[in-house]
Design a protein around this ligand. Structure first.
Ligand SMILES: Cc1cc2nc3c(=O)[nH]c(=O)nc-3n(C[C@H](O)[C@H](O)[C@H](O)COP(=O)(O)OP(=O)(O)OC[C@H]3O[C@@H](n4cnc5c(N)ncnc54)[C@H](O)[C@@H]3O)c2cc1C
Length: 610
């Protein structure tokens, strides 16, 4: 096999993104001193003030014992510097590495500290807390960066021969512990897929494209758009996640109401397993037995490595229009949503923020943003006195339409009709524009909170329309009560992010203050509480965040025993030595029988201090 050199002037993506936080190293929130307000710096704008954010944090996350008359100071809890982090030396496996070197060039094999740290964790709150304090138990011993399907085949063959653990990594953006090595009993390789980033062909007649799956969102769309098409998959993590990760975790994007979730877009893909490569046929549909693609979709690298995928694409939309609305309450918004869904005229996106997330949305806007203008005193007065809106229960909604202009016009008019019948107040297209521009900013707030002795996390599910409001109410009440009864400040909000004819994705965001040595304990308590309530209401264990090992403890409650046995047989067939991303997705037999603790509980119990 011919070795392909990586162009000398290119830098690998793991060197360009934050090792201890989210996203672009040039984008972050910080306090501007001495004034003390919070600002957002991006590659194009330096220190753009977010004037209301600090006041919002003070209101929601002050301790009950804090003196309200004292100036509110954010306590600084910075991350360690990478130079101060110690990790175990990589294991040596000369026989395996010698054979590897016959097929891969030196620059495709990395075992330096930055490479190993950036391939250890995903981006969950636990991951960030641990990496910031240098709590790294098992880092991969080697990172391999393949360029082609054939190279992945070779690598997997060698791993099988030498009993080496292989963990595929795309953007590393998962928040469930999906790429973390969980033991040091075998030599562990992280397979960084991001050099496999090309669109191989586009077929405009069938409207499909064949794509190397290590491509990140923006680079993928850039290549497709040049040929007049788009995939239309736009998760919040779009900028820093890959097609392979999306397929392997059953991901879902903002516009899934129109374009579908990732499984609806996938036609076929190639998967390299330790016992051989699995191919799928292309074609619009087949009814010849089990749909085999669903065995690999969502398998999180536990059965093999996806290398190339044929995906459905669509024409770059002629029109894309996004609008903001205010509803008097969450119940009004849900009623409107149900009527829209049953009208069968479905917008590209319907996002509904509950009152608390509406307040966050306004609080995190720059000073003279369009939403701020719309929320001028006059509008507020009108809504209050004429429309009887109570601002404590107001809900913001962003609704989008994409496609040919005539279709967009028709859909917009039909949907607006339903919205106004349900008491919605139109804010025009400015909030939609702001949403589109700012939609990738929210995760940067999380780093800021960690820098200042607070934490924030999320839980999401698919829930039926019947259980939507009861789940929303109970989860919020239980979360608040749990923390407040211990004197710990807490804040929780939710939004509806994806809609279906028989339910929605309900997405909670919750935050609290770090409590000296109890930060991990609080997180586990919150996660446990939220997941139990979600399952009580028949919700999905996850709508789009996958399983990793964080959701494994709930798996036997969530799926029938028979399916777990089917999966174990598949694993034995494709991966008899259990080298592919071990201990993810389903419990081991010992975990299931309480003969060994779940990984999630074990690692967390230590409660490290920041
Ligand atoms: C701020 C933030 C926002 C997010 N928003 C969304 C959202 O809106 N929608 C959503 O769906 N998710 C979201 N996520 C979760 C995450 O981005 C998704 O799970 C995403 O699909 C992961 O892609 P990745 O390329 O980063 O995969 P990674 O995190 O690198 O890997 C995820 C899993 O897939 C496996 N894997 C990766 N590549 C391959 C491959 N080629 N073959 C086989 N297995 C592979 C890995 O082994 C691992 O098990 C968000 C995460 C964050 C941190």
């Amino acid at each position: 096999m011919e070795k392909k050199e990586f162009p000398q002037n290119q830098v690998d993506l793991y060197q360009q993104i934050k090792w201890n936080g989210w996203g672009d190293t040039r984008k972050f929130l910080h306090q501007v001193k001495p004034e003390g307000f919070v600002a957002l710096t991006t590659p194009s704008v330096s220190a753009q003030p977010l004037p209301s954010l600090k006041g919002f944090i003070k209101k929601e996350l002050s301790l009950p014992t804090d003196d309200p008359n004292k100036p509110f100071e954010l306590e600084e809890t910075p991350s360690l510097r990478i130079e101060d982090i110690k990790i175990h030396a990589p294991k040596q496996y000369p026989e395996f590495v010698k054979e590897l070197k016959a097929f891969f060039s030196a620059d495709q094999l990395k075992d330096d500290k930055l490479a190993r740290i950036t391939h250890t964790f995903g981006k969950s709150i636990r991951d960030l807390i641990r990496v910031r304090i240098g709590l790294i138990k098992y880092a991969p011993d080697l990172i391999v960066l393949p360029h082609s399907h054939e190279e992945v085949e070779k690598l997997v063959q060698l791993a099988q021969k030498w009993n080496v653990v292989i963990i595929p990594m795309g953007g590393g953006s998962n928040i469930v512990g999906a790429i973390e090595p969980v033991s040091d009993d075998r030599f562990t390789v992280s397979i960084d897929m991001r050099r496999m980033n090309k669109v191989l062909w586009v077929d405009r007649k069938e409207m499909t494209a064949c794509i190397q799956v290590g491509v990140m969102g923006p680079h993928l769309e850039e290549q497709l758009n040049k040929q007049g098409v788009s995939l239309g998959h736009d998760p919040d993590s779009f900028e820093f996640s890959t097609l392979g990760g999306w397929l392997a975790t059953c991901s879902s994007g903002h516009q899934s109401d129109k374009y579908g979730d990732i499984e609806d877009m996938a036609v076929s893909f190639r998967t390299v397993t330790p016992t051989g490569t699995l191919e799928l046929r292309n074609g619009a549909r087949a009814g010849a037995g089990i749909n085999y693609k669903h065995i690999i979709l969502g398998s999180e690298g536990t059965l093999g490595i996806i290398t190339e995928a044929v995906m459905k694409v669509h024409a770059v939309p002629q029109a894309a229009e996004y609008y903001g609305f205010l509803f008097p309450s969450f119940n009004h918004a849900v009623a409107a949503l149900q009527q829209i869904r049953s009208s069968e005229i479905i917008p590209t996106m319907i996002r509904i923020y509950d009152p608390e997330e509406t307040a966050l949305s306004f609080a995190s806007k720059p000073s003279k943003g369009p939403i701020a203008e719309f929320m001028s005193a006059a509008v507020k007065k009108y809504l209050h006195y004429v429309r009887s809106f109570d601002f404590k229960s107001v809900c913001l909604s962003i609704i989008g339409f994409e496609g040919p202009k005539k279709v967009v016009d028709f859909h917009r008019n039909s949907v607006f009709d339903i919205l106004s019948k349900n008491g919605a107040f139109g804010l025009g297209s400015a909030p939609g524009k702001t949403w589109a521009e700012k939609r990738y900013d929210l995760p940067y707030i999380r780093d800021f909170l960690l820098d200042h002795n607070m934490w924030v996390d999320v839980a999401e599910t698919t829930v039926s329309y019947t259980n939507l409001v009861p789940l929303w109410k109970e989860a919020k009440q239980a979360f608040q009560q749990h923390f407040r009864s211990q004197g710990i400040p807490s804040w929780i909000c939710a939004h509806i992010s994806h809609t279906y004819s028989n339910g929605v994705c309900l997405y909670f965001i919750f935050a609290s203050k770090q409590n000296s040595d109890k930060d991990m304990k609080q997180y586990i308590e919150a996660k446990g509480l939220m997941t139990d309530i979600i399952l009580k209401y028949g919700g999905a264990l996850s709508h789009h965040h996958a399983v990793g090992y964080e959701h494994v403890p709930w798996m036997t409650r969530y799926v029938s025993k028979g399916w777990i046995q089917v999966y174990r047989k598949l694993k034995e067939t494709f991966d008899p030595k259990d080298i592919c991303n071990p201990r993810k997705l389903i419990p081991t037999i010992k975990e299931e029988n309480n003969q060994e603790p779940y990984l999630f509980n074990v690692i967390n119990i230590k409660n490290p201090k920041l």
